[in-house]
Design a protein around this ligand. Structure first.
Ligand code: DAH
Length: 340
């Protein structure tokens, strides 16, 4: 057998089964390569045949060659088309697909709560004011009727600031929002009612205490503001801010700037949760403003009286939503924040 005989059926089958352009190129090379392509060699070998056989074989060879070429071209087109289809399949946009909804941010739960506090007290006619976070001892303690030796002034509890301020009136990070009462009373003539939200600082850190937390202070002064008015305002506010179903208990307590001073406890039947059911929880300190404090602000304590109160904001949200650890407010874990 010489090179002029090709197994054309096998070659056509190889072309038909090719899956890629590279495979086709290899087949093409094996057939028509200049040095060793089988068709090329067969053409060369034609000379070796005698006249009659050459004519016969050349005819067959040419027919095979045309067949190979046309099948190769067909297959090239087929592979190209398949690739295009595949690409358009993956790169087209499917406008019928439903996408996850776009996530939008929202205010931090503490900011949300403060906004709510301002609305609730706004409806009861309370103004909103703020004071500085750096105060001095006079505003944070003295003018609020704290005796010089009061334990709350201890540097174990309060962040004092190194400064040139006099030794007996050092600068500090305010330990409560109560000094804003003093600022407000000095700048306004009674009657008035206002709340003062903001950050406060104490050397305390555990699951229910943070070195920085938020409070809002409230103050209402007039000619005939009574303890009964205070109770009504406290109950209305707590019901709106925490739970409509709350019950209340007022206990006497001591704060230097009020007399009498009270603490309010609340409890309510939690929906299906038994942990807070029946448990009294302290929510606010309050009382009738001490006459010394009014006089310190040049308000005539014979003519005017009123009440003050101080809420812990994180504490209120923790009670409302049963959050066991106050630190959750400050680590900015989105799984926590997204729930508000
Ligand atoms: N300043 C108090 C505190 O930080 C809270 C407080 C209690 C404020 C009684 C008041 C009040 O105005 O009357 O613990």
């Amino acid at each position: 057998m010489n090179n002029t005989s090709l197994d054309s059926a096998k070659i056509l089958e190889a072309i038909l089964n090719a899956n890629s352009k590279n495979e086709l190129d290899d087949i093409e090379q094996s057939l028509f390569g200049r040095k060793s392509g089988s068709v090329t060699l067969a053409m060369k070998d034609l000379q070796k045949l005698d006249e009659d056989a050459r004519k016969e074989t050349a005819k067959k060879l040419n027919a095979d060659k045309q067949k190979f070429l046309s099948e190769l071209e067909k297959k090239h087109i087929e592979i190209k088309t398949a690739k295009k289809e595949q690409m358009s399949g993956t790169e087209n946009i499917d406008i019928s697909l439903s996408l996850p909804s776009e996530e939008t941010g929202h205010l931090h739960p503490i900011s949300q709560f403060i906004t709510n506090v301002e609305e609730v007290f706004g409806r009861m006619g309370f103004d909103v004011a703020v004071g500085p976070e750096i105060e001095n001892e006079e505003l944070n303690f003295d003018l609020l009727n704290f005796p010089k030796e009061h334990a709350a002034r201890d540097s174990q509890d309060v962040f004092f600031i190194k400064s040139n301020a006099p030794e007996d009136n050092k600068l500090l990070l305010r330990a409560h929002t109560s000094p804003v009462q003093i600022r407000y009373m000095r700048e306004h003539k009674p009657p008035f009612r206002a709340i003062f939200p903001g950050k406060v600082y104490r050397k305390d850190a555990d699951a229910t205490h943070s070195p920085m937390f938020h409070q809002f202070e409230g103050l209402m002064i007039g000619e005939d503001v009574s303890l009964a008015n205070m109770k009504a305002v406290m109950i209305t506010a707590i019901k709106e801010l925490i739970s409509k179903d709350a019950e209340f208990r007022f206990r006497t307590a001591h704060f230097p700037f009020v007399e009498p001073g009270l603490e309010v406890d609340m409890r309510w039947q939690g929906d299906d949760d038994s942990s807070r059911e029946g448990k009294w929880m302290e929510v606010v300190g309050c009382g009738m403003v001490h006459p010394n404090v009014l006089e310190n602000c040049n308000i005539d304590s014979k003519k005017y009286q009123g009440f003050a109160f101080g809420f812990g904001i994180e504490r209120m949200i923790m009670i409302r939503d049963q959050i066991p650890d106050l630190r959750a407010f400050f680590v900015n874990d989105l799984r926590f924040l997204r729930q508000f």
